[in-house]
Write a protein that binds this ligand. Structure first.
Ligand code: ATP
Length: 462
């Protein structure tokens, strides 16, 4: 079973070095977190798993890494300067500030209304002010003179780093339609509402891909394009299930209502997860038509088209965009992996049952005790293992406590080096070690000479 509440994960994340509140010694900073030694590994592994499935395992997708701060005209053309707004409301009683759309979506629990039918403050039921539009992009300034001409923006998504590079990628990589360009990096949004841990933060990481395909023959009935959109929805849903290990019962696809769609969109579907507080978005898969390439082509005066060798015509490709949140997925990976079990002594065993490929530490090497006689063999095993797998060496505390610690951080395998390994009282050692599996707690004896092979069998995809 996954974690019952967010607090369980927040506390484990801090205690075990996954995620810390940012600048905690200064009282923290709203909606901002730092990733600790295990969090940074988990984040990297999730990103790697995404990159592998989206780029490396495919012939039709390439990656890029565009500048964060770029020509501000990009954000004018994309519509972000004028439209990337959220409706803000304040409670007239408690002065708390909210996003009206989030209240209406039920993100703060049951939607309460007054006698006139207007939504009220989720905190105390107070009357809310009229909504006012608030642009969520962070502004900064380039150069030493602060004037209109020096304004630049921190990117609120990664996609707009991809579109302006369309032609460069086509030309340099000799791409034929359909093909995709993927990018994973940090994005920034001036989020003003309480963030629910790393679900919603000011600074977060995204994993996005723009998949360019032939424009449809009939704009109003783009049958093949919509079928391709559906294919990407299925592919992305399967990734959360099979790669991140989310139970299918806590995943669903939600199609956006007509009213939610941007005017140019031919459809958007979200992959949603059943969070402890209800369903919430993990990824949006948007059918963006030719909106972005056309907008950037028009605004820059440099048409972004593709030359179709068959028809000898320039066309503006249509786009499908699977846009995922890396840091939000990390929160879900932790919620979902969390398990509490009773051991044989009736004590609670906390286990993060990560898929091996995303587990921060793959193997822990644990000498049975701190005894000097065990250390050389244990260190030798550790050196051997860590050349291939992210490994940890730990000889403090009792072996039982060290197993518990590794369970709690989700390490799939522990290797124990004991007196049988090194020999005792004149008897020669067997040069073998014990592998203990995290989930079954089954222990098997393996010769050190065959250890890497035994690990390989037990750590698929690592
Ligand atoms: P939401 O409705 O939750 O604000 P969105 O629809 O604005 O999300 P998109 O613009 O589609 O989000 O971004 C794609 C993904 O990026 C989201 O599905 C989410 O996983 C992630 N994401 C967006 N905003 C944030 C944030 N402030 N903090 C963490 N992750 C975010």
């Amino acid at each position: 079973m996954p974690a019952k509440d967010l607090e369980t994960i927040v506390s484990l994340a801090k205690r075990r070095g996954f995620v810390f509140p940012a600048a905690e010694i200064y009282g923290g900073f709203a909606n901002t977190y730092d990733y600790g030694p295990l969090g940074v590994e988990l984040k990297r592994n999730i990103r790697e798993a995404w990159w592998k499935s989206m780029v490396r395992d495919r012939d039709d997708v390439v990656g890029i890494d565009a500048a964060l701060i770029t020509n501000p005209r990009v954000w004018v053309a994309s519509g972000h300067v004028s439209n990337f707004n959220d409706p803000l409301v304040d409670c007239k009683k408690c002065q708390m500030r909210w996003r009206l759309d989030h209240i209406e979506e039920g993100q703060y629990g049951e939607v309460k209304r007054n006698a006139a039918g207007d939504v009220t403050c989720p905190n105390d039921g107070g009357e809310l002010t009229e909504p006012r539009q608030f642009n969520m992009m962070f502004k900064t300034q380039v150069g030493t003179v602060a004037d209109e001409a020096s304004i630049a923006y921190l990117p609120p998504e990664t996609a707009q780093g991809i579109f302006p590079n369309f032609e460069n990628v086509v030309a340099s990589m000799r791409r034929k339609l359909p093909f995709g360009i993927a990018q994973s990096r940090v994005s920034f949004r001036n989020e003003i509402t309480p963030g629910k841990f790393i679900f919603r933060t000011l600074e977060f990481e995204q994993m996005e891909m723009e998949y360019f395909c032939q424009p449809p023959a009939d704009r109003n009935n783009p049958v093949e394009y919509l079928a391709l959109h559906q294919e990407w929805i299925n592919t992305r849903l399967a990734w959360y299930r099979d790669t991140i290990g989310i139970d299918a019962s806590r995943l669903r696809i939600r199609d956006h209502e007509k009213a939610e769609l941007s005017h140019y969109s031919a459809g958007t579907a979200d992959v949603e997860y059943l969070f402890p507080w209800g369903w919430g978005e993990l990824e949006g898969i948007a059918a963006r038509t030719d909106f972005d390439l056309t907008a950037h082509g028009n605004a820059s005066g440099h048409p972004l088209t593709y030359f179709d060798e068959d028809t000898k015509q320039h066309v503006v490709p249509w786009v499908i965009e699977p846009a995922a949140g890396l840091t939000r997925t990390l929160a879900v990976a932790m919620l979902e992996a969390y398990n509490e079990e009773l051991d044989e002594k009736g004590e609670t065993r906390v286990v993060l049952k990560f898929k091996p490929a995303i587990a921060p530490i793959k193997v822990a090497v644990l000498p049975l005790s701190k005894n000097e006689a065990l250390r050389p063999a244990a260190r030798r095993v550790y050196e051997m293992v860590r050349s291939t797998y992210m490994a940890q060496y730990d000889e403090t505390q009792s072996i039982g406590r060290r197993y518990r610690r590794q369970d709690e951080i989700g390490t799939p395998l522990c290797i124990t080096v004991d007196f049988q390994t090194v020999g005792e009282d004149g008897t020669p050692g067997d040069d073998a070690v014990t592998i203990r599996e995290r989930d079954s707690q089954v222990q098997v004896r393996v010769p050190i000479s065959g250890l890497l092979e035994a690990l390989r069998e037990r750590l698929p995809g690592c």
